[in-house]
Structure formats: structure tokens, C-alpha cells
Ligand binder design. Structure first.
Ligand code: GAL
Length: 435
């Protein structure tokens, strides 16, 4: 078994053109964002063993497994309200009557990994037993006895100060350590912190786990998506291999989003390198939503094996740069990928809009070069971009995702001398363009 090394937010690599690479909890699992399913958004507490198996089977038959979705995760409400006489967690004896070991075996037999939910306090958010003061025991039950592979760990029912005598980091350290103790004897576990309370989790989450929720629960509507995108636009540097901001589950196909909004949702989550956990009733999912979820060109960037960085805004657009606006987040984004520079344009307006940018506004683009343009939604090569790019008539709340690849020097003699005028200077010292 691979030895666990708690590296934390370390390993800052800067090779001139390389981005800053943040590395999280490297215990051999979750190097890339988790792709999978979570029961909460579609079902809340209405879950049972058959639903989980049906969901796993649907993930296969719908082609989601083949596209890379790997985890089938149970959220809250799977437990009995009381622990056993010896203090163990007990799975609901009616809804999980065949037992959790049986369930994880079936999930594994279908080729998936299995996730479970717990809480760092006295109770889960729906009032089931939390793991505070039972961390070692629960880790053993969930991962050694029952065979789960992944833990989502929530933030409800925090003990009084004179009991916990820990800050928010120490509270999560307890389970992180318990999981660490299982590394050698059982297996490495994916640890997903659901620390949505104000705690600056993006500063310390990577020292303890593989992902961390940064915002409250997502809703199936544009205002919810816009506010999550806005918040996370300011903390993109926290994401790297083995550790990343978690923007919450995918709300595609739950009603409340237009098709264009659903594409924007998936694009933003994937390119910001969030875990992608489907939160939709798969029995009722429509082909257009499956098509979004299986966009292999966008999934490939989410799972990039060479470049873990999130995209980040290079221009806010309708708002001045660095404006925090829950309704109108940043519109112009880019980031590095192993195959070129990826761009995301978001039309945050409620009406169609044209969007325009100079390529060198993105730090990942070389001046004086031309770029081939791949559209990651139409799956077409759209010619060559020189200096700038305009996208006309983007639908309200619509998205464009492009991959630009260096295609050599631009033609000679292009005017102006610098696409972006700032500090544009002739060799003799003449400042060109006036700024
Ligand atoms: C919330 C969490 C949700 C879901 C719910 C279950 O705190 O953010 O994603 O897990 O608890 O009660």
C-alpha cells in the first residue's frame, strides 16, 4: 500500500510560463477531480439500496461510466438515528436491509467506487449521528467493514467550544487522521470536506482532504450558479492536483435551468476543476443533458493529467475587474491545459450579447502568434485567430468554451504593433499607443 504523505499546500512550481501548481493531500487517490454521482440533490432523504443500484446501472447504460464517471455516492439519511450498543454507526435496517457491505460489493461489481456521507459534529445536517468523538471507530466501520472508498464530511452540529477545543481545522483534522490510519491497512480514502461555513477552507483544505466545498448548497437556477461562480472566481489558485475547490453538485436536468444555462453550469464547473457529481434523477434524464454530461472534450480538461490549474478570469467584462457581484460574475476566463489555452466566455446578461477579447489579455497566450480555435461545444475547428476573437449573439446566460493552440507566427506587418497597448514601446524608447 502506498505510504501516505501529508504534503499540504506545498510544491509551488514556477517555470516561467508554467502556472503555480498547488498540490493537496497526496495519498495516491483523487489526483484529479472526482467524477460521479451523489444522491442529495435529486432525492434528499428518499434513498435506499435499490435506488443506488439502479443509479449505478443507469450510469452504465447511459454511457456516463464510459465517459469517466466513477463514483456512486450516498449522501445524508442512510443511517439509523441511534448507534449500536457498542457505539457503531448502523445503516437503516429497512432501506439498506441487505447491509452496506452488500451494497458496496454490488457497486464495485458494476465497476464503480462507492462513497458515503458523514458529519464532523454531533449530527449530520438531517439529524443522523455525526462522527465527532467517533472518528476512528466510524472510519473503520465505513471503510474497513463496509468497503466504501470516499467520504463526504459535513459541517453541521458543531460541539460547544469547551468540548471541541479546536478550531475549524482541528475539527476536520480528527477524521483526516483517522483516514490516514487506514491507509496502510485498508486503502487510501478520498476525503471530501463539506465545509460550507465561513472558514476560508480554500486556504487549508488541501492539508487535510482532496476537495472542499466553498459555497452553500446549489439550487437549480441561474442566480445560484451565478453566485457560486462569482465567489469561486476569487479563489481559483487554491485548486491543484489532489486538492480543489468543490462548487457543489451538478444541477443539470433538475428543472430550473435553460439548456444554455445547463451548458454554462457544466462548463464552469469542469473548467474550474471542481469535482463533477451528478445530482439528477437518472431515470428521468433527457438525452440533451446526457450529451452535456458526456462532453468528452470538456471532461478531458477537467481531468487534465498534465495541467491541474483552474481557469481564472482575465477580465470581468460588464463590471470593473475584481468586482464581486453575485448576479453578474466575471465573464472572460482562461487557463492552461496540456493541449493549449482554454477560454470560457460567459454571457451573464439576460439578453443576447457579443463578446470580444484580445488573445494576449490571457497570460497563457504568446504575442505575435496565431492560434487554431477549437470549439468545445460544437466540436468543430473554427479556423485561426490572430490577435483577437469575437463571438456574436451569445444567448442569455450562454457559454463558449474554446481551446486555442499555437499555430506559429502571425503574418508580418499587423497593426497595431501590440494588440494590448499597455507599455507598448519601440526599441528607441517611443511609447506607442499612449499608455
Ligand atoms: C448539507 C450539504 C448538502 C447535503 C446536506 C445533507 O450541509 O451541503 O450537500 O449533504 O447537508 O443533509
Amino acid at each position: 500500500m502506498k505510504r501516505l504523505s501529508h504534503i499540504g499546500t506545498a510544491a509551488v512550481v514556477c517555470l516561467c510560463t508554467m502556472p503555480i501548481v498547488v498540490q493537496g493531500l497526496n495519498n495516491g487517490v483523487a489526483k484529479f477531480p472526482a467524477l460521479g454521482y451523489n444522491t442529495w440533490n435529486a432525492y434528499q432523504c428518499n434513498i435506499d439500496q435499490d435506488l443506488l443500484i439502479t443509479t449505478a446501472q443507469l450510469m452504465k447504460s447511459l454511457g456516463l461510466q464510459a465517459a469517466g464517471y466513477e463514483y456512486v455516492n450516498i449522501d445524508d439519511c442512510w443511517a439509523m438515528k441511534n448507534r449500536s450498543a457498542t457505539g457503531e454507526l448502523v445503516a437503516d435496517t429497512t432501506r439498506f436491509s441487505r447491509g452496506m457491505k452488500n451494497l458496496t460489493s454490488q457497486i464495485h461489481d458494476l465497476g464503480f467506487k462507492a462513497g458515503i456521507y458523514g458529519d464532523s459534529g454531533w449530527f449530520t445536517c438531517a439529524g443522523y449521528p455525526g462522527s465527532f468523538d467517533h472518528e476512528e471507530q466510524d472510519a473503520q466501520t465505513l471503510f474497513e467493514d463496509w468497503g466504501f472508498d470516499y467520504l463526504k464530511y459535513d459541517n453541521c452540529a458543531i460541539p460547544f467550544d469547551d468540548i471541541i477545543r479546536q478550531g475549524i481545522v482541528g475539527k476536520h483534522q480528527r477524521m483526516s487522521s483517522a483516514l490516514q490510519n487506514l491507509e496502510e491497512t485498508v486503502k487510501p480514502i478520498v476525503f471530501s470536506l463539506c465545509q460550507w461555513g465561513w472558514s476560508q477552507v480554500w486556504l487549508w483544505g488541501a492539508t487535510l482532504g482532496h476537495s472542499w466545498r466553498t459555497t452553500g448548497d446549489i439550487g437549480p437556477n441561474w442566480p445560484s450558479l451565478a453566485s457560486i461562480i462569482n465567489f469561486n472566481s476569487f479563489i481559483t489558485q487554491a485548486t491543484g492536483y489532489y486538492g480543489r475547490n468543490d462548487l457543489d453538485m451538478l444541477q443539470l436536468g433538475n428543472g430550473g435551468l435553460t439548456f444554455e444555462e445547463a451548458k454554462s453550469h457544466f462548463t464552469a464547473w469542469a473548467l474550474m476543476k471542481s469535482p463533477l457529481l451528478i445530482g439528477t434523477n437518472l431515470s428521468a434524464i433527457t438525452p440533451d443533458i446526457v450529451e452535456i454530461l458526456t462532453n468528452r472534450e470538456i471532461l478531458a480538461i477537467n481531468q487534465d493529467s498534465v495541467e491541474p490549474s483552474s481557469i481564472s478570469p482575465f477580465r470581468w467584462g460588464i463590471n470593473p475587474d475584481w468586482t464581486s457581484n453575485d448576479s453578474f460574475p466575471a465573464q472572460y476566463w482562461s487557463g492552461p491545459s496540456q493541449n493549449g489555452t482554454v477560454f470560457m466566455l460567459l454571457n451573464t446578461l439576460d439578453e443576447p450579447a457579443d463578446m470580444f477579447f484580445n488573445l494576449t489579455e490571457s497570460p497563457w497566450i504568446r504575442a505575435g502568434r496565431e492560434y487554431s480555435v477549437r470549439d468545445l461545444w460544437s466540436h468543430t475547428d473554427n479556423g485561426t485567430a490572430i490577435r483577437n476573437l469575437t463571438v456574436s449573439a451569445m444567448p442569455p446566460h450562454g457559454v463558449v468554451a474554446l481551446l486555442l493552440k499555437d499555430a506559429g507566427n502571425e503574418p508580418d506587418g499587423i497593426y497595431p504593433q501590440c494588440a494590448v497597448w499597455s507599455q507598448c514601446t519601440a526599441e528607441n524608447g517611443t511609447l506607442v499607443g499612449g499608455n
